[in-house]
Design a protein around this ligand. Structure first.
Ligand SMILES: NC(=O)C1=CN([C@@H]2O[C@H](COP(=O)(O)OP(=O)(O)OC[C@H]3O[C@@H](n4cnc5c(N)ncnc54)[C@H](OP(=O)(O)O)[C@@H]3O)[C@@H](O)[C@H]2O)C=CC1
Ligand SMILES: CC(=O)N[C@@H](CCC(=O)OP(=O)(O)O)C(=O)O
Length: 344
């Protein structure tokens, strides 16, 4: 598989290189940049010296579309919307890590992203790449909308219960925490060390762009779905997302029944590990493509607390993108991703 990465100088892009480099089906990795063409990637990332020698190339859709089997787009929202129609004229499959093709309705994208939506035919053609739940569609897709980092953790954590109709859909409250790499490589006042170190910050309350993405999937899975409360927080760590979901049970399931529901749902999915006992920590999935889940049913309140953790740059971005490319190409789903977390 010959792969190209647009946005390789960013965090998602450099994580793609780390993972693709030890993917046994990958024969070539080329990197593209809108601002550093002709330069070596080691200028930005000295840790790649002597292990990745590719020079950044100018973004040319004709070259990308014809010389590669898979093009990973890891650039800010709006870039894929512009590049995709040219890319789709060639033979390459596209996996877009931005939000450009995740939202089906243009009006909703424009409302939450504050910019023009991608052309309707492209949005229609795109398949939402939540690997564990959409693999049938992913298999035959040419354009993948890779899910957002928060939605990946949240939707994997909610899917079994929501699909089963085991929760009161009006009761969903999602409380999530992320590390600073979620904001990308460019420093900002919020991610500045002295602003976030030894602090915890709530942000974008009731206005985070991942809200409609979560609601869209929940509505596909359960006709009782409506708006959700989703509250993100920034915590002082580089990688990781912990999503804590509070849901009201529709009744009848014991704690063990709840756990069994989740174990059955993910039994054949190697990257989602339903814990046997005890809640997972973000460090326990760091650097890996795992999503670890545990839950606890409280008979007193009739509520279930579901916790889902991922590494935002792996399962929340580059790892899931490669998992989707594996599915599209008929490779083993774990190819290039079969490693344990970095611990401690
Ligand atoms: N960080 C995360 O945890 C996650 C990120 N994502 C999404 O993945 C995408 C990349 O994120 P991330 O790597 O964190 O962001 P970064 O800011 O770290 O990197 C983005 C890269 O995009 C490139 N870029 C900027 N403008 C353009 C342009 N006009 N055309 C082409 N390339 C451009 C830049 O590279 P250059 O200047 O060299 O072209 C830059 O290095 C975003 O859409 C983000 O929302 C998704 C899930 C998780
Ligand atoms: C800390 C921080 O700012 N995190 C980002 C994560 C979003 C992201 O990465 O965007 P996509 O997954 O949609 O591409 C945020 O909350 O906007």
């Amino acid at each position: 598989m010959r792969v190209a990465i647009v946005g390789a100088t960013g965090y998602g892009g450099v994580e793609l290189i780390r993972l693709l480099r030890q993917h046994r089906q990958v024969t070539e990795i080329s990197v593209f940049s809108s601002s550093q063409a002709e330069e070596s990637l080691t200028l930005t990332y000295p840790h790649l010296q002597d292990v990745y020698k590719g020079v950044l190339q100018t973004i040319d859709t004709k070259v990308l579309a014809s010389a590669y089997d898979v093009v990973f787009l890891s650039a800010p929202p709006g870039v894929a919307a512009t590049l995709a129609s040219g890319l789709l004229e060639g033979s390459a499959a596209i996996v877009d890590l931005s939000g450009d093709f995740r939202i089906k309705e243009a009006r909703i994208y424009e409302e939450w992203y504050g910019q023009k939506a991608a052309p309707a035919d492209l949005r229609k053609q795109a398949v939402y790449g939540l690997s564990e739940w959409n693999d049938e569609e992913i298999r035959t897709a040419k354009l993948i909308a890779n899910p957002g980092c928060y939605p990946t953790a949240i939707l994997l954590g909610l899917a079994p219960a929501v699909k089963q109709g085991a929760v009161n859909m009006n009761s969903l409250i999602i409380d999530a925490k992320t590390g600073t790499t979620g904001a990308g490589k460019n420093p900002s006042a919020v991610t500045h060390f002295s602003e976030m170190n030894e602090s915890m910050k709530i942000y974008k309350v009731n206005e985070h762009k991942h809200t409609p993405e979560i609601e869209q999937l929940l509505a596909e899975w359960n006709k009782g779905a409506g708006p959700v409360t989703f509250t993100p927080h920034l915590v002082p760590m580089s990688r990781g997302i912990m999503a804590t979901m509070y849901v009201e049970s529709t009744g009848g399931l014991s704690h063990d029944d709840w756990l069994q529901l989740y174990k059955d749902a993910y039994e054949s999915h190697p990257f989602v590990r339903v814990r046997k006992n005890g809640f997972p920590a973000t460090k326990e999935v760091s650097g890996s493509n795992y999503c670890d889940i545990y839950l606890d049913y409280d008979a007193r309140t009739n509520r279930v607390t579901i916790v889902s953790v991922i590494d935002n740059l792996v399962k929340g971005a580059a790892g899931q993108a490669i998992q989707n490319a594996n599915i599209m190409n008929g490779y083993k789903v774990t190819e290039g991703l079969d490693f344990i977390p970095v611990y401690p």
